[in-house]
Write a protein that binds this ligand. Structure first.
Ligand code: SF4
Length: 95
């Protein structure tokens, strides 16, 4: 079993401090990058018990990560969250 964070192998960015506490350390990276239509349940289960889930999610959102499960959310779920936040910002600006 590898002792690396699942996402590091696909990410050239320097290791973030929060990644040292990631629940996915040593977990097969393929789990977090399922084929189209494949289940994300197992990866999300790993994320559910992760103490740095929010840091991971914000990192993915901030870096525009387009693929994989980050912070317990799929690409589609992160896109939806980005849209919701953008809408909230626009509404706040126009209020
Ligand atoms: S939230 Fe999931 S992908 Fe992110 S560090 Fe934790 S276990 Fe890994």
């Amino acid at each position: 079993m590898r002792d690396t964070l699942a996402h590091l192998e696909t990410d050239d960015a320097p290791v973030q401090r929060w990644q040292e506490n990631a629940n996915c350390l040593g977990v097969d990276p393929d789990l977090f990058f399922p084929e189209r239509g494949a289940s994300t349940r197992e990866a999300k289960g790993v994320c559910a018990g992760c103490e740095v889930r929010l840091e991971c999610l914000e990192y993915a959102l901030g870096n525009g990560e387009k693929f994989g499960i980050w912070g317990g959310l799929s690409e589609r779920e992160r896109r939806r969250l980005r849209r919701q936040r953008a809408l909230a910002r626009r509404n706040a600006a126009s209020a």
